[in-house]
Design a protein around this ligand. Sequence first.
Ligand SMILES: Cc1cc2nc3c(=O)[nH]c(=O)nc-3n(C[C@H](O)[C@H](O)[C@H](O)COP(=O)(O)OP(=O)(O)OC[C@H]3O[C@@H](n4cnc5c(N)ncnc54)[C@H](O)[C@@H]3O)c2cc1C
Length: 373
Amino acid sequence: MDNYDVIIIGGGLAGLTAAIQLAMEQYNILLLERYHYPHHKVCGEYVSNEVMPYLEDLGIVLPKTVSIDTLQLSTRKGKLLQTKLPLGGFGISRYAFDHALYKKALSVGVSINFETVKNVTFFKDSFNISTEKENGYSAKLVIGAYGKRSGLDKQLNRNFIGKNAPWLGVKAHYALPEFPDNLVALHNFEGGYGGLSKTETGAVNFCYLVSYKSFQVEKNIENFNSKVVAKNKFLKQFLENAEPLFTEPMSIAQVSFDRKQLVEGHILMCGDTAGLIHPLCGNGMAMAIHSAKIASERIDNYFKNSEYGRSNMESDYKKEWEKAFKRRLQTGRILQSILLNPVASSFLMGAIAKSPGFIRSLIKNTHGKPISL
Ligand SMILES: Cc1cc2nc3c(=O)[nH]c(=O)nc-3n(C[C@H](O)[C@H](O)[C@H](O)COP(=O)(O)OP(=O)(O)OC[C@H]3O[C@@H](n4cnc5c(N)ncnc54)[C@H](O)[C@@H]3O)c2cc1C
C-alpha cells in the first residue's frame, strides 16, 4: 500500500491549494480527484481579490483575468442599483483557474491520481483510503476537499446529508461583447438569483441559484429561463441578446447551506466540504482557498512539533476556521433570506439607495481582508 504524509480528497480550489502549500513545505502529498483537468464547473466565476497575496506567495500564475470593480443589483421588479466594490475581484472560468492550480501542483511535486475515493477509515493513528480502482493508500493525515456533497459524506455519516438540500445551480457561458468587463451583476427572480460577469475568454458567465420549489413548476431550464428568469427585465435583455456558447447549460442539484462539522473522523474538512457560503456573496472560492491555508499551517505545525499532537491540530483548525468565516456565513444567510423575499428585498434596496455606505458595509461583512501571509 502506498504511504503518504497527507492525502487530499478532491482537487478543486481548496484541495489543490492545500496540496501546493504542503508540497512546497516538502511533504509527500497525494491528491485524489475524480475528473481530469480542465473541466467546467457550476460557479459564478467572480473571485474576490482577497486571495491575491496568498496566490502570489505560492507562485501561482493565473492566465489573463478580467478585473471587476463594480456591482449591480436588481430586484425582480426591475429596481437597479450600482456600487463600487470595496476590494474588487476578478473574473476567471473554473476551467482555467483549477487547471492553473493543477499545473502548479504538478510542478511542486504533488502526486495526482484521477480516482474517486469510496472509503476512508482511521485506525491506529493512520488513515486507509480506497478508491473505485481498488487501489489502497495510507496517510498520517487526510484533508477532505471534495466539495459540496459526495458519496463520502454518506460513508462518514455526516449530519447534513439526510437533510433537505432544496437548491439547484445552473451555469452557462454566453457571447455578449458589449457586456462591461468590470461589472458583476446580481439579478433577482422568483425563487432565486443569477450572476453575470465576464471570464478570461471574454465570454459572459450566467450562473444562477434557484429553489426546487420554484424550478419544478417549469421542469426544464429552457422553460424556466423564458418563463421565470426573464421576468427580471435585465435578465430578459441578456437572454435575448446573448449567444449561448455551451451546447447545454450545466446544473448541479442538492446544494445545501447547512452547517457542517469541520473535522469528521479526524479528517480536516476544507472549502465547501467544511461549509458553503450563499453564492450571492461571491466569496466561496476565496473561502475555499483561505481554508486550505489554515489547514496547511496546522498540518505543518503537527509535523514539525512532536508535542503539538492531533487533538491540538484539530481544535486549532476549528478555532481558526470559525474566526475567519463564521461572521460572513451568518451575514450571507441573512442576506439570502432577504433577497428571496420580494417585500424585504425591495425594502433593502431602498435602504441601500439612501446610503451607499450601507451596501459597502454589507459587502465587507461577507468578505475577508486580503489574506495575510
Ligand atoms: C450557483 C453557485 C454559484 C457560485 N458562484 C460563486 C462565485 O461567483 N464566486 C465564488 O467565490 N464562489 C461561488 N460559488 C461557490 C464556489 O463555487 C465554491 O465555494 C468553490 O467551488 C469551493 O471549492 P472547493 O474546492 O471546496 O470545491 P470544488 O471546487 O467543488 O471541488 C471539489 C472537487 O472534489 C472532487 N470530488 C468530489 N468527490 C470526490 C471523491 N469521492 N473522490 C475524488 N474527488 C472527488 C470533485 O470532482 C471536485 O473537483 C458558487 C456556488 C454555487 C453553487
